[in-house]
Write a protein that binds this ligand. Structure first.
Ligand code: HAM
Length: 463
């Protein structure tokens, strides 16, 4: 069988380096030389460290995943939008010390404009909503699947580019919006075969932290900063955190494990408690109560969240990174000089979920689907092969014409085998004189005569 010869060492090195990368990020990173020129005139065949190629076999997986995202968005009646991957840098420059602002792929363009590849979609969404202004009917229920860029430490489930399914509801102040978003996330998990035993969503509210900050008379301006520190709790020593937060009351509050306990601590009538209670009550009617759990330590790492926050995680302990995350951001628009609109949404990356689905063997087979392969016995008969192919393609069949000259029938059979095609059709001189085509049914691996037959062109294209 013919095939393209490739330098064997490169894919092997890439796979090896990727594996090492997953185990020991620091060492792996040092090993990856993607982007460096080896010798003059020779470009590296690997992509830049932390970013991915999507050859057809990977592209099929991606398309499958995106189709699942899109289908959930459709049944929840969200409209798809997009925005440029290149944005004004100032859209992302917030002062709360978020990781995301330190991870930007930013540069000054040739027009002296400070720009950045988008690390997330929410600021672009806000820009679009501000741009549309009053012409926009609320609530806005929009979704998108943008590629986002962050100069992250590359580990399992975290890369320097990722696709992120975003669903946002703009213009609803009630927790009914968060309940709807969580329903969509759970619908997605179910659609890919995951259950509440395997996946959980931790839910809390930033209003809890806001209340403690208020009680402790900590200035309101440090609210966002406090949330960022709290988000890193598991990565820091408690003593450091205590020092950073000045008071340990906050940490005590964050270890609260139920909404009842939270009520006892900050008051039954507090807005945060009321909203969380309502959300958990609504979850029952949606049928996803067993998927969500209250966890006061969840705050999310972005500065703009103001209310309910949530993150999906692997209950079986596979990858310790959030599968998805989101929350309410009622005060983002005013940071762009516009009037605030109550908003909430989530981002759901493509990396962690694919790892989980692969680990749990939940990915379907992604073989390309080719129906027919057509071979012309000689070049004189090629026009007949093309004619037949076009007639079958109009019917919606996926048809491949053998394009190389002088290919033998045996070659076409093994090619069809490799591609998993249903049929091989031969345009042969004697048969074609009678407008007949020799067909071999590749799926019937029985007797030679049973799976081969001649059929009239007109009958074949009529089927
Ligand atoms: P985020 O928590 O920064 O939120 O990211 C959301 C999700 O994107 C994460 O849970 C993860 O699935 C994925 N993700 C983030 N960074 C990476 C990375 N380096 N590699 C792979 N996956 C990653 C946001 O971005 C918010 N803008 C989401 C949002 C939308 N909130 C409201 N609306």
């Amino acid at each position: 069988m013919e095939g393209i010869k490739v330098e064997e060492t490169k894919p092997q090195q890439a796979a090896k380096s990727e594996k090492q990368n997953q185990k020991k990020p620091a060492e792996g990173r040092a090993m990856r030389t993607g982007g460096k020129k080896k010798a003059s005139g020779v470009i590296p065949s690997e992509p830049i460290a932390g970013v991915r190629d999507f050859p057809p076999e990977e592209m099929r997986k991606r398309t499958w995943l995106f189709d699942k995202f899109r289908e959930v968005a459709r049944v929840f009646s969200f409209q798809e939008y997009d925005a440029p991957v290149l944005e004004y840098e100032e859209l992302y420059t917030r002062k709360a010390g978020e990781e995301i602002t330190q991870q930007m792929y930013n540069f000054v363009d040739k027009g002296d404009q400070k720009v950045s590849l988008r690390p997330e979609m929410t600021p672009s969404l806000a820009r679009l909503v501000i741009q549309k202004g009053k012409a926009l009917m609320v609530p806005v229920k929009w979704f998108s699947i943008p590629q986002c860029w962050r100069f992250e430490t590359v580990t399992r489930g975290r890369r320097r580019e990722h696709y992120q399914w975003n669903m946002d509801i703009i213009g609803v102040k009630e927790v009914t919006a968060e309940a709807e978003l969580l329903a969509a996330i759970v619908a997605f998990f179910k659609s890919v075969g995951l259950s509440a035993k395997e996946i959980g969503i931790k839910v809390s509210s930033r209003k809890v932290i806001e209340k403690i900050i208020d009680d402790l008379k900590i200035p309101k301006e440090v609210f966002a900063q406090t949330c960022i520190i709290v988000d890193k709790l598991d990565k820091l020593e408690r003593a450091d955190v205590v020092q950073q937060l000045v008071a340990s009351r906050l940490i005590d509050t964050l270890s609260v494990k139920s909404i009842e306990e939270l009520g006892a601590l900050i008051g039954e009538e507090h807005e945060a408690v009321k909203e969380l209670q309502k959300l958990f009550w609504l979850a029952q009617s949606y049928g996803y109560a067993d998927w969500i759990q209250f966890d006061a330590s969840v705050v999310r790492g972005l500065a703009y969240y103001t209310g309910i926050v949530f993150e999906g995680f692997d209950r079986t302990g596979g990858i310790p990174r959030a599968i998805c995350g989101g929350g309410r951001y009622d005060r983002l628009f005013s940071t762009y000089g516009a009037k605030d609109i109550p908003s909430c949404g989530f981002g759901f990356g493509d990396c962690v979920i694919m790892e989980i689905l692969e680990d749990k063997k939940l990915l379907p087979s992604f073989a390309p689907k080719i129906d027919d392969i057509i071979l012309a016995f000689n070049e004189e008969l090629r026009p007949a092969a093309n004619e037949l192919a076009m007639a079958l393609r109009i019917q919606g069949r996926a048809v491949e014409i053998v394009l190389g000259e002088g290919k033998k029938l045996k070659w076409a059979y093994s090619y069809a085998d490799r591609l998993g095609a249903d049929r091989v059709m031969l345009i042969a001189p004697d048969e074609w004189k009678e407008r007949k085509i020799r067909v071999k049914d590749m799926k019937k691996q029985t007797d030679k005569d049973e799976n081969q037959y001649d059929v009239l062109y007109d009958d074949l294209v009529k089927q």
